[in-house]
Design a binder for this molecule. Structure first.
Ligand code: URA
Length: 244
């Protein structure tokens, strides 16, 4: 066959070459021994200043800048102000409500209406001030007539809440009301079954409790919310009333 004839020819050439080299006194075994390979000298990696990967989570300012004059969902059409969030960017405790109401829309700050005033009292009862915690909502623009945000509005806004949470890295998130709790924990479980205990969300502790607006309509439930807030206080090592 053509190929094997070629191979035989090359083999014969090699044999002839080796025989000739041996006649000439060349040590062919030495020649065939593997050549020692010097280890490759890889220069130490110089520190690069052009690495554009973010070194950590975005800051709250960067998240706000990313939202810009957000027109990503229809809620933008009816808003006066985008209500981003307020408070301590390094807070251990973050409250997450549902979405801005009329007062919040006008002032551009979450929880400043009647329900917000009750939330401020709840925070005070924990021995904290609004400046020490961070307050935000699931959606940043007021749904018309205070309706619940639609699923596509939540899906569009959710990444910004997640970025806020990543920026703040709180120890505990208090989810205010059914809507916030069910959205954050991605569950349909009732708020009355979710509240009263911590839930894990991506390694973060989430404690759902009733929404302050619900408490305004059902003041007898304040007792249970106070129990929930005390769970958070214990988790954060805050002084509980009557205990030193
Ligand atoms: N209710 C909410 O859920 N958020 C606010 O900011 C105000 C009222």
């Amino acid at each position: 066959m053509k190929v094997s004839a070629e191979i035989q020819r090359v083999a014969q050439d090699v044999r002839d070459l080796v025989a000739w080299m041996q006649e000439e006194g060349v040590d062919t075994w030495k020649m065939l021994a593997p050549v020692p390979i010097e280890p490759l000298q890889v220069p130490a990696q110089a520190e690069t200043k052009t690495d554009i990967r973010p070194s950590g989570p975005l800051s709250l300012e960067q998240v706000r800048a990313e939202m810009g004059d957000c027109q990503r969902c229809p809620l933008a059409l009816g808003r006066t102000n985008l209500v981003f969030g307020v408070g301590n960017p390094n807070a251990d405790l973050m409250f997450v409500g549902e979405g801005p109401g009329a007062d919040e829309d006008l002032q551009g700050e979450p929880f400043v209406g009647k329900a917000g005033q009750l939330l401020t009292k709840m925070i005070g009862a924990m021995g904290l001030s609004r400046d020490q915690v961070y307050i935000a909502n699931i959606v940043k623009c007021r749904p018309p007539n205070n309706r619940n945000p639609a699923p596509d509005e939540i899906t569009t806004c959710r990444p910004f809440l997640d970025l806020q949470i990543a920026a703040i890295a709180p120890k505990v998130i208090c989810a205010l009301g059914k809507f916030s709790a069910q959205t954050l924990l991605n569950t349909q479980t009732r708020i009355s079954d979710l509240r009263g205990q911590f839930h894990d969300w991506n390694g973060l502790k989430v404690l759902p409790t009733f929404h302050p607006a619900y408490l305004l309509r059902n003041p007898s439930e304040k007792k249970r919310v106070w129990e929930d807030l005390q769970l958070i206080m214990a988790e954060l090592g805050l002084a509980l009333p009557g205990k030193k």
